[in-house]
Design a protein around this ligand. Structure first.
Ligand SMILES: NC(=O)c1ccc[n+]([C@@H]2O[C@H](COP(=O)([O-])OP(=O)(O)OC[C@H]3O[C@@H](n4cnc5c(N)ncnc54)[C@H](O)[C@@H]3O)[C@@H](O)[C@H]2O)c1
Ligand SMILES: *[C@@H]1O[C@H](CO)[C@@H](O)[C@H](O)[C@H]1NC(C)=O
Ligand SMILES: *[C@@H]1O[C@H](CO)[C@@H](O)[C@H](O)[C@H]1NC(C)=O
Ligand SMILES: *[C@@H]1O[C@H](CO)[C@@H](O)[C@H](O)[C@H]1NC(C)=O
Length: 411
């Protein structure tokens, strides 16, 4: 673990404690020998105490103490796509943020952007650590005074999860347990959890409400469902305030162009449709391969609900604001509108103004025909609704960042 933060540890040792500031050798006063000895002994004890305090592992920083009026949020996975956008929004809203990420999938470049935007002491710190390392996580919780946790860190590709299920149960389910245990041990009571519509599997009825039965059909969805179950069971503990957000398909990036989505090149093959669209527009891949054109939908391609990341992080801030102790809030975060892959491809062509070749292949295992949300519960309870609902616009914003960052966050 390597804490990389901009705080300079404040030393408690003050120069006025130095023996040189006391005139012990003043012979004119001729102090009694006993008093001199006692005074010197006290001085030495004082120095030892001061040194012990300042050299001990518990260095006092803005992050290690609760401060009235300041909410300190632990953002796990804050170097990733959604987590970095959430951290940016929290910082803009005057929250204090600690990002914990082991950079296995995220980008230190995203953290650097945030650090450059918020260099003031006590705003943002980054800690490189693996959430699978319970000892390291416990140390982070003991050294920092968190008021809430937004838990984004995970592995998040459906296709990869079918190939490497243990990676998913480990880095989603088991790591969430580590976070919950640390929260319990250090009495952090507020949790906003990143869940997914993949926990519903392939429901019979559309749109998907929060009451739609959850029957996930791949290890990713099952690992997230198991994490949800643990969180819900644990949330019965008095004082816990929990919000579970089930996102639909996330697209877009910061409208001001400060952050973007930059998965590792080696993860491209597992990638999501927006990444593939940009890769095709950049000529990194020859074109788009649409898997399945025989679904029972209007234009025979799959239908999904695309939610812009700016709307999504707004839902997180509202969820944090409305999180009530003794309550678990479960919310779909989507637009409520389904778009077909064909529509998406058209929007991608327009947004990038690139000639994109499209090839239609057979269905991919584990894909379902139609998924879209009923977002009325979150509208009613949190007064949240999607504002960036024009897919072409969202893609155009993301495309601007992609074009100006052809190597992602690497310069
Ligand atoms: N992108 C989507 O469309 C989508 C949809 C539904 C749900 N989600 C959920 O949103 C969350 C964020 O997804 P994302 O798209 O930003 O993914 P991402 O891969 O960009 O970000 C995940 C971050 O978590 C970090 N991480 C992973 N394992 C870690 C570990 N063991 N210790 C420390 N850090 C670790 C990675 O380094 C990365 O920075 C995930 O929980 C994901 O399941 C995403
Ligand atoms: C991140 O965590 C994984 C285990 O989950 C580990 O293999 C890898 O070395 C870690 N990376 C860093 C930079 O800590
Ligand atoms: C996830 O868990 C596996 C162990 O199953 C580990 O090898 C891997 O490094 C972990 N981290 C990531 C980011 O996959
Ligand atoms: C709900 O949000 C809208 C903006 O999206 C705002 O104008 C309105 O005042 C909010 N209503 C309440 C009750 O907070």
């Amino acid at each position: 673990m390597l804490p990389v933060n901009r705080m300079k540890p404040q030393s408690r040792a003050s120069s006025s404690w130095s023996p040189s500031g006391v005139d012990l050798a003043d012979s004119r006063r001729k102090p009694h020998f006993l008093w001199r000895t006692i005074f010197t002994a006290l001085l030495i004890i004082g120095c030892i105490l001061v040194l012990k305090h300042s050299s001990g592992h518990r260095v006092t920083t803005a992050f290690s103490q609760h401060e009235h009026g300041v909410t300190h949020v632990l953002v796990t996975g804050g170097a990733g796509y959604i987590g970095s956008h959430a951290a940016l929004r929290l910082l803009e809203d005057k929250y204090r943020v600690t990002i914990v990420d082991n950079l296995s999938r995220g980008n230190i470049g995203a953290v650097k952007v945030l650090q450059d935007l918020f260099p003031e002491p006590g705003r943002l710190q980054f800690i490189l650590a693996d959430l699978g390392d319970a000892k390291a996580v416990n140390k982070i919780f003991s050294e920092n005074a968190f008021d809430a946790v937004m838990h984004f860190a995970a592995v998040a590709y459906v296709g990869e999860s079918t190939l490497e299920p243990l990676r998913y149960y480990h880095n989603i389910t088991s790591n969430t347990l580590v976070v919950l245990e640390a929260m319990a041990a250090h009495r952090v009571n507020k949790l906003i959890y990143s869940s997914t519509c993949a926990t519903y599997g392939e429901p019979e009825k559309m749109p998907i409400t929060e009451e739609t039965p959850q029957h996930p059909i791949n290890p990713y969805g099952r690992a997230k469902k198991m994490a949800e179950d643990m969180i819900i069971d644990y949330s019965k503990k008095p004082g816990m305030a929990v919000m579970i957000l089930r996102y639909f398909n996330v697209i877009g990036s910061d409208p001001e162009g400060r952050l973007g989505e930059a998965p590792r090149p080696e993860l491209r093959e597992h990638g999501r449709i927006s990444g593939a669209c940009f890769d095709a527009a950049l000529g990194i891949i020859p074109g788009l391969k649409v898997r399945g054109s025989d679904y029972e939908t209007a234009d025979k391609t799959c239908v999904r609900d695309y939610i812009d990341v700016t709307d999504l992080v707004d839902a997180h801030v509202k969820a944090l604001h409305h999180a009530k102790s003794g309550n678990v809030g479960i919310y779909n975060v989507g637009t409520g509108k389904g778009r077909s892959v064909k529509e998406f491809v058209e929007a991608c062509k327009k947004a990038t103004r690139a000639e994109i070749k499209v090839e239609y292949l057979s269905r991919r295992a584990g894909d379902y025909a139609m998924v879209y949300s009923d977002p009325s519960k979150i509208k009613k309870d949190l007064n949240w609704s999607a504002k960036y609902t024009d897919v072409e616009q969202s893609l155009a914003t993301a495309w601007r960042w992609q074009k100006s960052h052809p190597n992602g966050y690497r310069l």
